[in-house]
Design a protein around this ligand. Structure first.
Ligand code: GLA
Length: 375
């Protein structure tokens, strides 16, 4: 699971991914798929059905994108996705990199593309400790800004971006990763937001978003939300917010999972736990890494037929659970369109190939695609 330090590398990774994203070919419609496939029901596993259509009765299928992905992965997106998330371009450090500067071009491009192609858009994310530029917390002379100043900047930022996309972005990840990874330090992660504003920053953020677009669904988003300890802390946090009348409508379970973690019964239990609070659930950042988070080896240096089959089994069991919870789940978003643009090729080990998505580096469907679309 991603530890707190991981996104010190994020800015570099974004730059590398931006540079590399332009070179792959595109996937096509219903044509025979090359490569090894799961045994059984072989015929059906050669027909590439639209993910979006297959899952229409269950939940919206989406992908996280950078603006350039709209071009490089056009076919995958337009044929298979019902929803888009801006991978980075709606984050605070991208929209307001410097004092007095706003940059919405990337986010605008993603929202327009989605509209052109009949897709919905998730907004990601209004407040995250790893997307918090220094200037936001400093006064004019570079000293720590007063809490009131930071609170007002945050309110202004949320009001502006949510209003800009009002009626076009159906859901926002209002707060990202606020819950602590260990029980020893209380419910909330120690961040600049907490340190500067105290625990009320969560309620403030949700209220500001709700005011700017009363129709948008507002989510709390985090990783490891299936892990029982973190699940309990998150449920406690959400219960408190709901009891205080804070407009929180859903839980985004990121879903940066691996071949071995989590067991599907934990996924099942977590979805039930959050929906029992009366909240909608989305899987917001789905990918399946071949490496556990602390494994910095390069032992999976190429994608073998055996790995293709193993990933297919893993995705098959995950989607079986997700389909069982279709009543609670509104959308399942992959963190990337195809393996060539996954953050997992750069983090935590720069340049190490990973194979976490349904489409390979040539944008062809993998066995996992068929495990998810033929059931
Ligand atoms: C977190 C964030 C995402 C993305 C990933 C990968 O999960 O929510 O926006 O940055 O980390 O870096």
């Amino acid at each position: 699971m991603p530890p707190p330090a991981r996104v010190t590398l994020l800015a570099g990774a974004i730059a590398v991914m931006t540079a590399l994203a332009g070179c792959a070919s595109s996937a096509d419609g219903a044509r025979p798929a090359a490569g090894p496939r799961l045994s059984g029901r072989r015929d059906e596993r050669t027909v590439v059905r639209s993910l979006r259509d297959v899952y229409e009765p269950y939940f919206a299928i989406g992908a996280a994108v950078e603006p350039q992905t709209l071009v490089t992965h056009h076919e995958i997106l337009t044929r298979h996705m019902a929803s888009l998330t801006a991978e980075n371009h709606m984050k605070l450090h991208m929209v307001r990199p410097f004092r007095g500067t706003t940059s919405y071009a990337g986010a605008d491009a993603i929202v327009s593309f989605a509209e052109e192609h009949g897709m919905q858009v998730r907004g990601h994310t209004l407040l995250w400790h790893e997307a918090a530029p220094d200037w936001f917390f400093e006064d004019d002379s570079g000293r720590p800004a007063a809490a009131g100043t930071v609170r007002e900047r945050l309110r202004e930022h949320i009001a502006a971006i949510v209003a800009r996309y009002r009626g076009r972005v159906y859901a926002w990840d209002v707060v990202n990763e606020a819950v602590s990874d260990s029980s020893g330090t209380g419910i909330l992660r120690e961040t600049r937001w907490l340190e500067t504003l105290g625990p009320s920053y969560l309620a403030d953020a949700f209220h500001a978003a709700h005011e700017a677009d009363p129709d948008a669904l507002l989510f709390y988003n985090d990783y490891s939300l299936v892990e029982p300890g973190k699940r309990a802390r998150t449920v406690e946090l959400l219960r408190g917010l709901i009891a205080d009348g804070v407009p929180v409508h859903g839980v985004g379970m990121q879903g940066h999972w691996t071949m071995t973690w989590p067991p599907v019964d934990l996924i099942d239990q977590a979805i039930s736990a959050y929906s029992e609070l009366g909240l909608r659930v989305e899987i917001t950042e789905l990918d399946v890494s071949f490496y556990d988070w602390n494994d910095h080896s390069t032992r999976f240096d190429s994608f073998t037929p055996g790995m293709d089959e193993a990933l297919a089994r893993r995705y098959g069991e995950i989607f079986a659970v997700l389909r069982e919870h279709a009543d609670a789940i509104d959308a399942v978003t992959f963190w990337g369109a195809a393996d060539d643009v996954s953050w997992l090729n750069y983090i935590p080990v720069r340049g190490r190939p990973n194979y976490p998505l349904l489409f390979d580096r040539d944008h062809q469907p993998k066995a996992a695609f068929f495990a998810v679309t033929v059931f």
